[in-house]
Ligand binder design. Structure first.
Ligand code: LIP
Length: 262
């Protein structure tokens, strides 16, 4: 089987992320049309429509590849390639008209992410990378921050959509993060947060209760910008994980917080 060039895979990831993101952006007036409403989350009609836009674009180029998306999946175990799609990451933000949201498309070959794009439509910004190329934002190379201690770091995090009960590891982790770093920010879109680690805007990322489609593309982009990723699968939650990401100086401090709280 001929390998598909990484540049071709990345081009398709960019086009698919743009197709999903542009559809949501151009239909913003419908942003509150809801399929399902949860205690700490919402599923939008535009989530489903935007994922379909990305899928159609991908399958027109690679009809036999598999699809794993937040809204639906079409596995194809006969193909080495699988596309991982979060059509609107930061759904709650999008539904409230808050600009911090994005569309994320990654492609895995034999379960390993090899290329990905995170597109932030309200900022007209494309974060891209493949495994043999440095990460870029709108075509310009990016790299992680040089911050050497958590006490001087700004860390992005989030609170899981599945928080239940009073004692939550998420809240324990948030407290530990807040006490052990200079500043913690909750923005509501993991994929975009990880891209801001990649471009050095923030110094690290830490979130439990997210999913492969939230971090597949942005995790590769962060790694190709010099970040280290630590991913801990969540027992009994398909594709669920806790994700830590930072430059080489901070990752052990983040890992220490995680191990104290689990
Ligand atoms: C969101 C993540 C965010 C997390 C939210 C939600 P979605 O993904 O990007 O970091 O805190 O709970 O999971 O559901 O908007 O695609």
């Amino acid at each position: 089987m001929n390998d598909i060039p990484l540049s071709h895979l990345l081009d398709v990831a960019i086009c698919a992320a743009e197709a999903a993101g542009k559809h949501a952006l151009e239909n913003k007036e419908r942003r509150t049309e809801t399929n399902e409403d949860f205690a700490h989350d919402v599923k939008l009609v535009l989530d489903v429509e935007s994922q379909k836009k990305a899928e159609t674009m991908i399958l027109s180029e690679f009809p036999d590849h598999g699809i794993l998306g937040e809204e639906d999946e079409t596995p194809n175990h006969n193909s080495a390639y699988e596309w991982v799609i979060d059509p609107i990451d930061g759904t709650m933000n999008f539904s409230h008209g808050f600009e911090y949201w994005c569309s994320s498309v990654a492609v895995r070959k034999n379960q390993k992410v090899v290329a990905g794009c995170v597109y932030a439509p309200d900022f007209n910004t494309f974060y891209t990378a493949h495994i043999e190329e440095t990460a870029k934002v709108n075509g310009v190379p990016i790299q992680v921050s040089p911050t050497e201690s958590l006490q001087r770091a700004m860390i992005f995090t989030g609170l899981s959509k599945e928080m239940e009960g009073s004692r939550e590891p998420h809240l324990d982790m948030f407290r530990m993060l807040a006490l052990n770093s200079k500043k913690v920010r909750i923005n509501g879109a993991a994929a975009l947060d990880l891209c801001r680690v990649a471009d050095g805007t923030c110094d690290g990322f830490f979130e439990t209760g997210i999913y492969l489609w939230d971090y597949a593309a942005a995790g590769l982009i962060a790694e190709q910008a010099g970040a280290l990723m630590a991913t801990y699968p969540r027992d009994g939650v398909p594709h669920g994980a806790t994700v830590l990401c930072s430059n080489e100086h901070l990752i052990e401090g983040l890992r220490a917080i995680y191990t104290k709280c689990i």
